[in-house]
Design a protein around this ligand. Structure first.
Ligand SMILES: *[C@@H]1O[C@H](CO)[C@@H](O)[C@H](O)[C@H]1NC(C)=O
Ligand SMILES: *[C@@H]1O[C@H](CO)[C@@H](O)[C@H](O)[C@H]1NC(C)=O
Ligand SMILES: *[C@@H]1O[C@H](CO)[C@@H](O)[C@H](O)[C@H]1NC(C)=O
Ligand SMILES: *[C@@H]1O[C@H](CO)[C@@H](O)[C@H](O)[C@H]1NC(C)=O
Ligand SMILES: *[C@@H]1O[C@H](CO)[C@@H](O)[C@H](O)[C@H]1NC(C)=O
Length: 451
């Protein structure tokens, strides 16, 4: 059953064929049809080519959401069976965030290891924020998680320097081949840094953190993106272009698991008694409301990257001021802390992903080169995997099947890298298996997504 759910997300790419046999599906009023050649089945007009579906099932992302929600595994936490392995990524993607902003696609082998794939221009402009001295804020140049996202066979990426979003279709046969869908489209604000996609709502929502800061939503179609909003859902951050950070900037925008709310983390600035906040815009009748609930959970100050948790409405979030926390939302969408993890040697714990194979969350730090594993229910710190690979630290990461992929932007003397961790041993057993330096990638790289 789970297998079928996952293949259903990538059906649009397949053409319909002549129906030879129609089989009613119980009392649902729906039917399943089998094509004349026996190679294609259709349900509700959606066709599945059996040969291709079987080989391609792992290519499709069952997660249509942002928020760092990763593949929802089969068999639950600590299971690393063959089915988990078949959920491994086929490609991973990140942004160069260079002036000629481009998507880097890397190939993933069956053992999880990476090799060069392609680099495709977004047609937009990358840009770095600035630090408190006005200098470029590299390596954490967007102060965000989720600069690009994949849903099904679509990829959407931000262009911080041209205030646009670019959409691509991913080739089902070679996921490193990206085809632009239309031209880049305005984000209605300045300096977009985080995007989230909902297949259910056919929406892409993007968070801007420059002078015009706030969230805008666009409709996604096979032809590309179309602006939906007339105005931004504003955040009065009093920011500049480019924004000065990381404090007092938008971190991540994401749909919750059932796309019933659009949630955004916004960093405060503890030095001026600004606590930051979690913003929740409910989704009603398929549209993201313009009316918001904000809360500043006690004990948090610099909310950053997030991960949704399976079978729970709780949100796992990093806080660059201490480590990570698990938040619950009450009926009015007000957040409170239910578990908290202080990471003693942290400098900026900012990015998060949840693994269904380990049943735990992993967080990274841009200035400490370690992968930290956390129990999201209790806040217990399970393991700090200190890497000896020489990178300065890691930013965006994704967890997919038996592996975690974390981006390390270069810094002038150390090249940009993606570090691969094998988590198939279950809770507490993550190990580094590769530190891959992709060809032709500048130090400005940002974001991480997979198919
Ligand atoms: C932009 O980057 C792409 C991908 O690397 C490259 O193919 C293209 O030639 C570049 N365009 C310019 C104008 O530099
Ligand atoms: C907004 O920023 C400007 C420039 O940094 C500063 O002069 C001004 O006081 C700020 N306004 C508020 C309301 O914080
Ligand atoms: C900090 O902000 C909180 C909430 O906005 C307020 O209650 C408190 O008095 C402020 N503290 C200082 C020192 O300004
Ligand atoms: C880059 O990072 C490495 C590892 O932390 C550090 O030794 C080196 O000094 C850094 N280089 C620059 C130019 O910051
Ligand atoms: C996962 O696989 C590893 C290596 O094959 C094995 O040692 C471990 O016991 C497995 N864990 C679970 C939870 O099955």
């Amino acid at each position: 059953m789970v297998f079928f759910t996952s293949i259903f997300t990538c059906l649009a790419i397949l053409s319909t064929t002549v129906v030879a046999l129609a089989i009613p599906l119980g009392t649902t009023g729906r039917s399943l049809s089998i094509s004349e050649d026996g190679q294609t089945i259709s349900i509700d007009g959606r066709a599945i080519n059996l040969d291709q579906a079987v080989t391609r099932a792992g290519v499709c992302s069952p997660s249509s959401h942002g928020g760092g929600r990763q593949r929802h595994g089969k068999g639950g936490p600590s299971s690393n069976s063959t089915s988990a392995a078949s959920n491994n990524a086929k490609a991973i993607y990140f942004l160069t965030n260079a002036a000629n902003n481009s998507i880097v696609a890397l190939k993933v082998a069956a053992d999880g290891s990476l090799s060069d794939g392609s680099i495709t221009s977004t047609g937009g402009v990358g840009m770095s924020g600035v630090d408190s001295t006005g200098a470029p804020a590299a390596p954490d140049s967007l102060f965000s998680q989720g600069a690009l996202k994949v849903a099904g066979n679509s990829l959407v990426a931000v262009n911080p320097g041209s205030n646009t979003l670019s959409m691509f279709s991913i080739s089902p046969t070679d996921p490193t081949q990206l085809t632009p869908l239309g031209n880049p489209v305005s984000t209605l604000g300045d300096f977009p840094v985080s995007v989230t996609l909902s297949t259910k709502l056919s929406l892409a929502c993007v968070a801007n953190t420059g002078a015009r800061a706030g969230v805008a939503c666009l409709t996604m179609s096979p032809n590309g993106l179309t602006p939906l909003d007339k105005t931004l859902r504003p955040f009065a951050l009093n920011q500049s272009n480019p924004p000065s950070g990381p404090l007092n900037t938008v971190s991540q925008t994401f749909f919750n698991a059932d796309s019933s709310a659009l949630i955004t983390t916004v960093k405060g600035d503890p030095s001026v008694n600004n606590t930051g906040f979690l913003s929740v815009f409910p989704v009603t009748n398929g549209a993201v409301s313009m009316t918001e609930t904000r809360s500043s959970p006690a004990g948090t100050a610099v909310l950053f990257g997030t991960a949704l948790l399976p079978n729970s409405n709780n949100i796992f979030v990093t806080d660059a001021s201490f480590g990570s926390a698990t938040l619950s939302l009450d009926a009015k969408n007000v957040a409170s802390v239910v578990a908290k993890t202080n990471i003693a040697d942290q400098k900026a714990t900012c990015w998060a992903a949840f693994s269904d194979v380990t049943g735990t969350a992993f967080v990274t730090d841009v200035a400490v080169n370690h992968l930290v594993e956390v129990d999201t229910a209790t806040g217990a710190l399970i393991k700090e995997l200190q890497s000896g690979n020489g990178n300065p630290g890691m930013i965006d990461l994704v967890s997919v099947g038996n592996f975690v992929y974390a981006l390390s932007p270069g810094n002038g003397s150390v090249k940009a890298a993606v570090t691969v961790f094998d988590v198939s041993g279950g809770r507490g057993a993550a190990k580094e298996i590769q530190n891959f330096n992709p060809t032709g990638v500048p130090d400005s790289a940002q974001g991480m997504a997979f198919v």
